[in-house]
Design a protein around this ligand. Structure first.
Ligand code: PSV
Ligand code: MN
Length: 401
């Protein structure tokens, strides 16, 4: 099928505007809670993570930044900033969101920001402040806050006290931020805690972000919802209230297990992107709130090859983003107003079922990018090279060590 020049133009605009951040931990060894499967090509150093990220950007042209996890990527805290700056220059990849790690140290067994011990709560806040300082020094805008806190058994913790401790901690973090920085509050309904998690859903995250201050927003991780949850509705509400800070892209079938974006339910990702495109149009007209939504991937694969999985994810994101950009929003809005249900649904579904791959290929050719990034990855020999180079020194290291 040939595309009209109007469609091609819209495609170019949509793809030019699309960038997604990749996670440093996506290149490192990982596993399930039962064990870890080591891949010879996995990155075990920050240099290797930057190198992998640069290769993904080189192939896709859409991933200029890499999210960093403080404990894994800054073992010496702020002292590691110079090294990361040098790597940014060497590989042409900028440091993206900074992720405090409040879940791995032994003292966090009963919680971090919500630990009943004031001493441990203070240590956790200190770690967040260090993360903010790292962000300041690197010029990173976003601090992505995920707390693993919660409890496993009813009656064993005070849910109410822990709300107050969270409010206090996030206020302290907010007070330490520079203008332009943002605190993104992530929620998750369960895991690692299985009775209650302290920030379980978007309502709690929204409250905490508002209590923290104007630079705090909500972070939606697509894997962090119960089955059947209407995520695009949450997105619409967060956009409406100006409180959507960003996404962690992945997919899930049962619990959060870091599946590839859109691998289980691509229509859901399309519906989410549609809400964002709608909002962008309003923002451009000046009657919507300014849109500033960070797109980040949060996946670490233990079965797929890590480089292939990352490239595949970026390609899937671009295709779904473009499909959603092709919805004729004005026509759809008229059909909705006239309650012409079947026509509205068919228009919406029609955009989803459009094969946009030729359009993305056209865009890639115009931008001098490989037309098929996955094939290009296989042909360029990068994975073979790192497998050889890194294989010998592989241990069960890296993230989640
Ligand atoms: C937790 O499941 C999470 O989604 C948080 O964003 C963490 O920072 C990330 O995964 C990596 O473990
Ligand atoms: Mn996440």
């Amino acid at each position: 099928m040939g595309f009209s020049s109007k469609v091609s133009e819209r495609a170019v605009q949509a793809l030019d505007a699309f960038a997604v951040e990749i996670p440093s931990w996506g290149f490192a060894n990982t596993g399930t809670r039962f064990g870890k499967y080591v891949q010879a090509a996995a990155a075990t150093t920050i240099e290797e993570k930057f190198s992998d990220a640069a290769e993904v950007n080189h192939l896709t042209g859409a991933t200029p930044t890499m999210a960093l996890h403080v404990l894994w990527d800054f073992p010496n805290g702020v002292a590691d900033v110079d090294r990361v700056r040098a790597l940014e220059r060497q590989f042409g990849i900028r440091a993206g969101s900074i992720n405090p790690n409040l879940f791995q140290s032994q003292q966090y067994k009963f919680g971090s920001l919500c630990n009943p011990s004031a001493v441990i709560r203070d240590e956790a806040v200190e770690h967040v402040l260090t993360s903010i300082q790292i962000g300041v020094e690197l010029g990173s805008r976003d601090i992505s806050m995920w707390v693993a806190d919660g409890s496993n058994y009813p009656g064993t913790q005070s849910i109410r006290k822990r709300i107050v401790w969270l409010e206090e901690a996030l206020q302290k973090a907010h007070a330490a931020m520079q203008p332009g920085q943002r605190l993104l509050v992530e929620y998750k309904p369960f895991e690692p805690a299985f009775y209650h998690t302290d920030i379980a859903d978007w309502g709690m995250a929204l409250h905490l972000a508002k209590a923290a201050g104007p630079q705090a927003k909500v972070l939606v991780d697509l894997g962090h919802h119960y089955a059947g949850q209407n995520i695009e509705q949450i997105v619409a509400w967060l956009l409406h209230t100006g409180m959507l800070g960003g996404f962690h892209f992945n997919d899930r079938r049962y619990a959060d297990d870091d599946l590839t974006l859109g691998s289980i339910d691509p229509y859901q990702v399309f519906r989410i992107f549609h809400e964002i495109h709608l909002h962008e149009v309003r923002a451009a007209k000046g009657d919507g709130m300014e849109l500033d939504v960070a797109f980040m991937i949060d996946q670490s694969h233990n079965l797929k090859d890590k480089m292939e999985a990352m490239v595949q994810t970026v390609v899937a994101a671009q295709e779904l983003w473009l499909k959603a950009a092709l919805v004729d929003r004005e026509h759809l809005s008229n059909l909705q107003d006239e309650c012409r249900l079947v026509e509205a649904e068919e228009l919406f579904r029609g955009a989803f079922w459009t094969d946009v791959r030729p359009l993305v290929a056209e865009w890639r050719a115009a931008r001098e990018l490989p037309i098929d990034p996955l094939a290009a990855l296989r042909e360029c020999g990068y994975v073979e090279r790192i497998t050889k180079e890194r294989g010998g020194k592989q241990s069960v290291g890296g993230s989640y060590a």
